[in-house]
Design a protein around this ligand. Structure first.
Ligand code: HEC
Length: 112
């Protein structure tokens, strides 16, 4: 992907889709994390985001948007949670990134 025109097109597509609540951006964060410190969510929450009981990471698939946003806020500010990596993850996400992830999670089938 070194071609300048392709990069330009990519930037255009990502830019156009880059507003808060963008499901594609949310999916990307879940798989790849962010350049500013959030790890791939599925590393702990599981590939299908169905949770990982062994480390106490809950299922995320199908969570309502408001639930995810409230949980990320509570974890980032230390009101909830015991996992410092998750705390750092929540804190590393910008409001737009939180919204994008929340919108993406809400599109997933719970347990599926
Ligand atoms: C290092 C492992 C790890 C990573 C990576 C991780 N999480 Fe978590 N997450 C946890 C754990 C463990 C919990 C349970 C709360 C706690 O112990 O802090 C949790 C809790 C949550 C909750 C609260 C769920 C609920 O129902 O209360 C949300 C939402 C969440 N994580 C979202 C994310 C997102 C979004 C990402 C990716 C940006 C992410 N997590 C990355 C381990 C992780």
């Amino acid at each position: 992907m070194r071609h300048p025109i392709l990069l330009g097109l990519l930037a255009l597509v990502l830019g156009a889709a880059g507003q808060a609540g963008d499901v594609t951006a949310g999916a990307r964060i879940v798989v790849h994390g962010t350049a500013t410190g959030a790890l791939p969510c599925m590393a702990c929450h599981g590939v299908g985001l169905r949770g990982n009981a062994a480390i106490g990471a809950s299922a995320l698939a199908g969570l309502p948007v408001a639930t995810t946003l409230a949980a990320l806020d509570a974890i980032a500010t230390g009101r909830v949670g015991h996992n410092y990596v998750m705390k750092n993850n929540a804190a590393a996400l910008t409001p737009a990134e939180r919204r994008a992830v929340a919108d993406y999670l809400a599109t997933l089938k719970p347990g599926g």
